[in-house]
Write a protein of this length. Structure first.
Length: 400
């Protein structure tokens, strides 16, 4: 980690810098409290680190006012002699909990999982930290200072959603029309229709002394197809995930019944962001946590989708589109049970594998071998013409 190799060394050097350059009053108890604060927050989140250390290390209003500038000077050094500007503090959502509070609420009574976070100071490391803080009064060497690299890497890995061109929209419109489900089975009251409603007509005649002056009708409403698009955002899909997101935005631009998700080792819903991009507003997705740029856990993520959204989104009018290369090293039993349940509760399952365009490719990976029996359409979409071809070759409206 920056600028030294461990969290205790960085914290001790930063506190010595605050005492020397900004005349902070920091004793051993504040050091211990600061180390415990870093144990609660995610140390790769620059805002969370700043907000956790500020109330612990700043004991006066003057210290609190100078803290952000000192934080920038230590962790984000600019060229020699250039003035340092404090990072703007993002406004906190009114009435909404912070990321740290959400993590504490999701796991009450216990710490966050240690194996998913960087190194946390142990009691022995705290003793070393206190000793170093009391004896170290020299500034860290200028060559050791570096940028807050975890934040930069996370920001660069966030996918960007942009409005699509007319070719994408036309191809998506063909797909939506192809998945037209026809009329519903149930007859409903309507001002006009194909079937005469004798019972409601007689009931209405009671208001006109038995004269059927108002005729009631029945009709079958037109069903609107629903699309659920689940995009694999793992590292193996780095070159194809952007195309899958463009396809999702294109479908959302011609249909209001679209739900979008991304997954890597965790699942995240991005429907609102996709709708904004479809309306013409380009944006970069926010913090993706475990839903982008990591490994691949198709089975657990599909199971999480079923648990959280299956009852509300799946049905006889739902077409599920999964964009993934199928390269999964997880439990194949979990994947089989999840994809089978999705197929049973939806109208069709379309699996888009970008590797199908590779010469000599055979879907022999364990994930694809397990999922193939439950897929109604297996294809690849890399551009708008490919999406239009998918609309002509898919098997829509097939009830499980």
């Amino acid at each position: 980690m920056y600028p030294f190799g461990s969290i205790p060394e960085n914290l001790a050097a930063f506190c010595a810098f605050l005492r020397r350059e900004h005349r902070f009053t920091i004793d051993v108890r504040q050091l211990r409290d600061a180390a415990r604060a870093l144990d609660v927050v995610t140390v790769t989140d620059e805002r969370a680190v700043r907000d956790a250390l500020r109330p612990v290390l700043a004991s006066t209003f003057r210290d609190a006012s100078a803290f952000d500038t000192a934080f920038v000077q230590f962790f984000f050094p600019g060229p020699a002699g250039a003035p340092q500007v404090a990072l703007p503090r993002p406004p906190r959502d009114v009435g909404g909990p912070t990321d740290a509070e959400k993590e504490l609420k999701s796991e009450p009574g216990e710490r966050a999982r240690d194996h998913e976070r960087p190194e946390i100071p142990t009691p022995g490391a705290l003793s070393a930290l206190e000793t170093a803080a009391q004896t170290d009064t020299s500034a860290p060497p200028a060559t050791a200072l570096g940028r807050y690299s975890p934040i930069d890497a996370e920001a660069q890995s966030r996918p960007e959603l942009t409005p699509v061109d007319r070719a994408w929209r036309d191809a998506a419109r063909v797909l939506v029309r192809r998945v037209h489900l026809g009329l519903a089975r149930r007859w409903r009251p309507a001002p006009s229709g194909q079937r005469f409603d004798l019972r409601r007509t007689l009931r209405a005649s009671l208001h006109t002394v038995g004269e059927p002056l108002v005729v009631r009708w029945l009709r079958r409403r037109k069903q609107s197809p629903r699309f659920v698009v689940i995009v694999d955002g793992s590292r193996s899909m780095a070159d194809a995930a952007a195309t899958a997101l463009d396809m999702t935005v294109a479908i959302a631009s011609v249909s209001m019944h679209v739900e979008a998700f991304t997954f890597s080792t965790g699942l995240q819903r991005i429907t609102e962001q996709v709708r904004l991009a479809a309306a013409g507003q380009p944006l970069r997705l926010g913090r993706m946590r475990y839903a982008w740029g990591g490994g691949t856990a198709i089975g657990p993520c599909l199971r999480e989708f079923l648990r959280r959204f299956g009852d509300r989104l799946l049905g006889r009018e739902t077409t599920v589109i999964i964009a993934s290369d199928g390269l999964d090293v997880g439990d194949v039993i979990v994947l089989r049970d999840a994809i089978r349940e999705i197929r049973r509760r939806s109208a069709a399952v379309i699996w888009l594998n970008p590797l199908l365009d590779t010469a000599g490719y055979e879907p022999t990976a364990s994930g694809m071998t397990i999922a193939r029996p439950y897929i109604t359409t297996f294809a690849s979409v890399c551009d708008p013409p490919a999406l239009a071809r998918l609309a002509r070759t898919m098997r829509p409206g097939v009830s499980p």
